[in-house]
Design a protein around this ligand. Structure first.
Ligand SMILES: [Zn+2]
Ligand SMILES: [Zn+2]
Ligand SMILES: [Zn+2]
Length: 579
C-alpha cells in the first residue's frame, strides 16, 4: 500500500427497510438530523487507486452518485438478502467506463442466489438491452486479494443462516449477524476499526442489539467501533450519548481513515545460508506442519500476536523433505501438502518468514542441544519458541518439550507449549488427517484442516468417460502427495490462473482398462465453463458419494453419473455452506 492508508466510506447505515421507514411518523423517521436518514447497508473501501464495494443494496445508485464511484475493482457480498444485493443492476454505468467485467465475490450460497435472482444477467441468448457485465467468484475461507490488500471472509451466524463479514488490514465490517462463532472471534484481534450490526435495543432473531454489540466490543477491544444496520428505534444523537467514547453510530456519508501497517513482505528461505546475518529477534515455531491444520493455525496465530507485541518477526522453521524420508526411507508418509502450498498456508496464517531447512543426514545427527543453540538461538535469534504438545527435536527425536523448556532457560528464550486441539473428540494431527483422507473421509478432514482437502495440478488429456458424455471433464496430472481413497466425491474445482470456480464431481480410481493401473483423478464440472478451458486447477474434496464400481455397459455408467450429479447438486445446495 503506497501511502499505507485506507479510506472507508459508509454508504448506508440503515436496516433492511431504511430510515425513514415508509408510512412511519415516529420521532426518528420525522427527525431533521441528517444522521437519522439511513440508506440500506453498504461500505466503500478505497486505497491507492483501488476501490472495493461491500454489498449492492437497493440504494446503490444513489450511494454511488453521492460517493463519486467511477470504477470498482470488486464487489464483495456479505449474503444474498434483498437489502444487500438488489442494486446490482446499477453497476452497468461502471461497465461503460471500465474495460473488463466487475468481479462479484460471494459464498457458494450467495452466488447461487445471485444467479437465480438476476437470471437475465447470465442468459447467454442475444439481448437488445444492456445487462451488467459481472464475473461471479465464489470465496471459501481463504482471503480475497484485491491489489495488495487481502479481504478475509469472516463467518457469522445470521439467525439460522451463515453469512460473512470481512476483515481487511486493521479494519473489519460485520453487518447482519446474530452471533460470531469462536473461530471467527479469533480472526478479529488487534483491530483499529470494527463495524458491527446493532439493529436496536429490543432483541431480534437474526440481528445483534446495541447491547450484544457492546459485548462484542468489550471482548475484542478494537480501538474504535461503529454500529450499523440501524432501525428507527435509535435516534442518532440520543443513542450516542449513552455509548462509550470509542463506540459511535455510523451514519450515511461517514468517512473513516485507517492507517495500515506496511504490508508484510512474506519471505521463504531455502537454507540457513539464505537467512540474513541480522535476522533476529524472532518468535519461532518449529515443526513439519503438514496440512497446516487448525492446531498449527492456532500456534501460528498465537506466534504472530506475540511477535506483534514485541516488534519481532513471526517465523517458522520447517523441514523438507519430511524427516522420515531421510531417517527411514520407505516409511515416508504421502503428505497432505507440498512445500509450496505449506508456505502459502503459513503466510495466510500470519507468519512473516518460513525457513525451509533441507533435512540432511548432517542435520539428522545434530543433538537436541546443538540444534537449539546453533540454529534456533545463535542463527535465528529466537526470543520465544512456540511448539505443539507432541513436539520432538534433534538426533533420534530425543528432545521433547521438557528439554526445550530447560534449553530456553539456559539460552534465554521463552517457551510455550500449545495444548492439543480436539475436533469432535479426536486430537487433531497431521497423521490423523492423513488417515482420514486415505480412508476417504474427506468431510472430517475438512473440519480438522478448516478448509477442504485439495489436489492441485495441470489438466492433462484423459480418455475419460466424461469426454464421451456432454459434461466437461478435466483430468488432473499425476500427484506426488496423498490422494483420497478411490471412489466418487462431491468436489469444488477452481481455475488456478483466474479464480473461476465450479461445482463438480470427481472420480478417483484405477482404470482396469489401462495397463499398469494408473491412478486417475477425473473431474466432471456440473456447469459448462464459459471461455477457455482451465490449464491448472485445484480440486477440493467435500464429501464422499460412493465407492468406485465397474459397470456392465455405458448405459449403466451414464445412469450412475446422472445420480451422482443429482446427489452432488443436492449436497452443494443444502450443506456446502453449513459445514
Ligand atoms: Zn441486512
Ligand atoms: Zn419510524
Ligand atoms: Zn440479512
Amino acid at each position: 500500500m503506497a501511502d499505507g492508508r485506507l479510506t472507508i466510506t459508509v454508504l448506508g447505515s440503515g436496516t433492511s427497510v431504511g430510515v425513514p421507514t415508509i408510512g412511519c411518523h415516529c420521532a426518528v423517521c420525522a427527525s431533521t438530523d441528517p444522521r437519522d436518514k439511513r440508506l440500506r447497508p453498504s461500505i466503500l473501501v478505497r486505497w491507492d487507486g483501488h476501490a472495493v464495494l461491500i454489498d449492492t443494496g437497493p440504494d446503490f445508485r444513489q450511494q454511488a452518485l453521492a460517493a463519486g464511484i467511477e470504477r470498482l475493482d470488486a464487489v464483495l457480498l456479505t449474503h444474498a438478502h434483498a437489502d444487500h444485493i438488489m442494486g446490482l443492476d446499477d453497476v452497468r454505468p461502471l461497465n461503460f467506463r471500465m474495460s473488463g467485467p466487475i468481479r462479484v465475490y460471494g459464498s457458494v450460497e450467495t452466488i447461487n442466489i445471485i444467479r437465480q435472482t438476476f437470471r437475465y444477467i447470465f442468459d447467454t441468448g442475444p439481448t437488445e438491452s444492456s445487462v451488467p457485465k459481472i464475473e461471479t467468484c465464489v470465496f471459501g475461507d481463504a482471503p480475497i486479494r484485491v491489489g495488495d490488500l487481502d479481504f478475509e471472509p469472516i463467518r457469522l451466524a445470521h439467525g439460522h443462516g451463515i453469512v460473512h463479514g470481512f476483515r481487511f488490514g486493521p479494519a473489519a465490517y460485520l453487518t447482519d449477524h446474530s452471533g460470531i462463532p469462536p473461530e471467527s472471534m479469533e480472526k478479529l484481534h488487534n483491530l483499529d476499526v470494527l463495524f458491527l450490526d446493532a439493529l436496536r435495543h429490543r432483541p431480534h432473531p437474526t440481528h445483534s442489539t446495541v447491547e450484544d454489540s457492546l459485548g462484542t466490543v468489550a471482548a475484542l477491544k478494537p480501538r474504535r467501533a461503529f454500529f450499523t444496520h440501524i432501525c428507527h428505534d435509535l435516534a442518532h444523537e440520543a443513542t450516542e450519548a449513552t455509548l462509550p467514547a470509542n463506540v459511535r453510530l455510523a451514519y450515511d456519508g461517514l468517512v473513516i481513515e485507517v492507517d495500515t501497517p506496511p504490508l508484510r513482505e512474506f519471505r521463504v528461505f531455502r537454507s540457513l545460508e539464505e537467512v540474513p546475518a541480522d535476522f533476529g529477534p524472532c518468535a519461532l515455531t518449529i515443526g513439519n506442519f503438514d496440512g497446516v491444520h487448525i492446531a498449527h493455525q492456532s500456534i501460528m496465530r498465537r506466534l504472530a500476536s506475540i511477535a506483534n507485541e514485541h516488534g519481532w518477526h513471526a517465523a517458522a522453521l520447517t523441514l523438507d523433505p519430511h524427516p522420515a524420508s531421510v531417517v527411514a526411507p520407505g516409511k515416508t508418509p504421502r503428505l497432505l501438502t507440498g512445500i509450496e502450498q505449506r508456505c502459502e498456508l503459513m503466510r495466510q496464517a500470519g507468519l512473516d518468514e518460513v525457513l525451509v531447512l533441507p533435512f540432511t543426514k548432517e542435520l539428522a545427527v545434530l543433538s537436541p542441544e546443538r540444534f537449539i543453540h546453533e540454529i534456533v538461538t545463535e542463527r535465528l535469534g529466537a526470543r520465544a519458541v512456540l511448539v505443539g504438545h507432541n513436539f520432538r527435536f534433534g538426533r533420534g527425536a530425543a528432545g521433547d518439550t521438557a528439554l526445550l523448556q530447560e534449553l530456553g532457560q539456559r539460552f534465554g528464550f521463552e517457551v510455550e507449549t500449545c495444548p492439543a486441539v480436539h475436533c469432535r473428540g479426536t486430537v487433531v494431527s497431521s497423521t490423523q488427517i492423513r488417515k482420514l483422507i486415505a480412508a476417504g473421509d474427506v468431510t472430517d478432514a475438512w473440519r480438522m484442516l478448516e478448509r477442504p482437502f485439495a489436489l492441485e495440478g495441470e489438466v492433462v488429456r484423459g480418455e475419460g468417460i466424461g469426454s464421451r458424455q456432454t459434461v466437461p471433464t478435466l483430468n488432473l496430472s499425476e500427484q506426488t502427495g496423498l490422494v483420497p481413497l478411490e471412489g466418487v466425491y462431491v468436489t469444488r474445482t477452481s481455475d488456478l490462473d483466474d479464480g473461476r470456480q465450479w461445482r463438480s464431481v470427481t472420480n478417483v480410481g484405477f482404470r482396469p482398462t489401462f495397463e499398469g493401473r494408473h491412478l486417475t483423478i477425473e473431474t466432471f464440472l456440473l456447469s459448462a465453463f464459459d471461455g477457455r478451458a482451465p490449464a491448472r486447477i485445484r480440486v477440493e474434496f467435500l464429501y464422499r458419494l460412493r465407492d468406485e464400481r465397474k459397470f456392465e455397459n455405458a448405459e449403466a455408467l451414464k445412469a450412475q453419473i446422472f445420480s451422482d450429479v443429482k446427489r452432488a447438486e443436492q449436497f452443494h445446495r443444502r450443506t456446502a455452506e453449513m459445514l
